[in-house]
Design a protein around this ligand. Structure first.
Ligand SMILES: Nc1ccn([C@@H]2O[C@H](COP(=O)(O)OP(=O)(O)OP(=O)(O)O)[C@@H](O)[C@H]2O)c(=O)n1
Ligand SMILES: C[C@](O)(CO)[C@H](O)COP(=O)(O)O
Length: 270
């Protein structure tokens, strides 16, 4: 386990922005996706734990659903800054970027929806930026063939698969580069690196991790639950004890348990 965020004062400051304000419409279920339970703990709590257990992250800023800022702040504890997210993911990240400390030089952007991301991947991305790459993204090769398809449903072309990659988070950036990218307006991009590419800044890839997959649709949640169930007892990722939850610091976590819902008292969950 990494040391506490506050005590990592020496060396470069690395902030992690966690966009968590999405509705989770593709997953369904009513509760905002970041607060859906996975192995007895909210998905967002698991994603934050990966950042806390990394060696490199010194500050965490979460963009929460606007009506749940207080609930999420109580859930995550005082070492995490929680702000209201925006209508789209880019709006949430842009707002969070304004909330990071002045002395931060590297910014990671990490989806709340990737709860099983290994802390080592967080550190690998941060290390690559600190080594001098202005923008770094974790990627995996594809197993399916990908086609470009027109609005009429007809195939336009088949890009060579060996040059395609699926992109994960955390994505890491020099702070000035990400700030400049987010100052651009009306750039269609589905990830943060897409905005940086529009600036003309090179983006470097490093190997991603299978476990860092994004929980987007119902089968993803089933897979995540199954992977957690296979974690050895004592592994901080293990499914929470149904009596109250597994605290990665070794105690009982009253924040474990069911999905968090708007208006619920976080302290009573578990
Ligand atoms: N307005 C938004 C939309 C998304 N996100 C966050 O961006 C990440 C990736 O988004 P995605 O997986 O698409 O989540 P949702 O937007 O919740 O999913 P959906 O599109 O199915 O509603 C998630 O952690 C999500 O909470 C955000 O902070 N603010
Ligand atoms: C940022 C991202 O997770 C990289 O793969 C992805 O593009 C987010 O897309 P979503 O549609 O917001 O889930």
């Amino acid at each position: 386990m990494g040391e506490g965020l506050q005590s990592r004062a020496s060396g470069p400051r690395v902030a992690a922005i966690v966009p968590a304000a999405g509705r989770g419409e593709r997953l369904g279920g009513g509760t905002p996706k970041a607060l859906r339970a996975l192995g007895g703990r909210p998905m967002l709590v698991r994603s934050i734990e990966a950042l806390r257990r990394s060696e490199s992250v010194t500050q965490i800023v979460v963009a929460a659903p606007p009506t749940l800022v207080e609930v999420v702040a109580q859930l995550l504890g005082r070492d995490v800054r929680v702000i209201a997210g925006g209508a789209e993911r880019v709006d949430s990240v842009r707002r969070a970027l304004r909330a990071i400390d002045e002395d931060v030089s590297v910014v990671l952007v990490h989806d709340a929806a990737r709860p099983l991301t290994p802390p080592a991947l967080v550190d690998a991305v941060a290390a690559a930026v600190l080594a001098g790459h202005p923008a770094v993204i974790p990627v995996l090769g594809l197993t399916d063939t990908v086609k470009e398809v027109g609005p009429d449903g007809r195939v336009i072309r088949t890009p060579p698969r060996d040059r395609l990659r699926a992109v994960q988070t955390p994505q890491g950036f020099r702070r000035d580069v990400l700030t400049a990218a987010y100052a651009l307006q009306d750039i269609p991009a589905t990830d943060d690196a897409g905005l940086v590419e529009a600036l003309g800044v090179p983006v470097t890839t490093i190997p991603g991790a299978q476990e860092a997959f994004k929980v987007t649709q119902p089968p993803d949640l089933v897979l995540a639950e199954a992977l957690l169930a296979r974690c050895a007892p004592g592994d901080p990722r293990a499914a929470a004890d149904p009596r109250g939850g597994t605290d990665p610091r070794g105690g009982t976590d009253p924040r474990g348990g069911a999905d968090v819902r708007a208006g619920s008292d976080v302290r009573s969950l578990g």
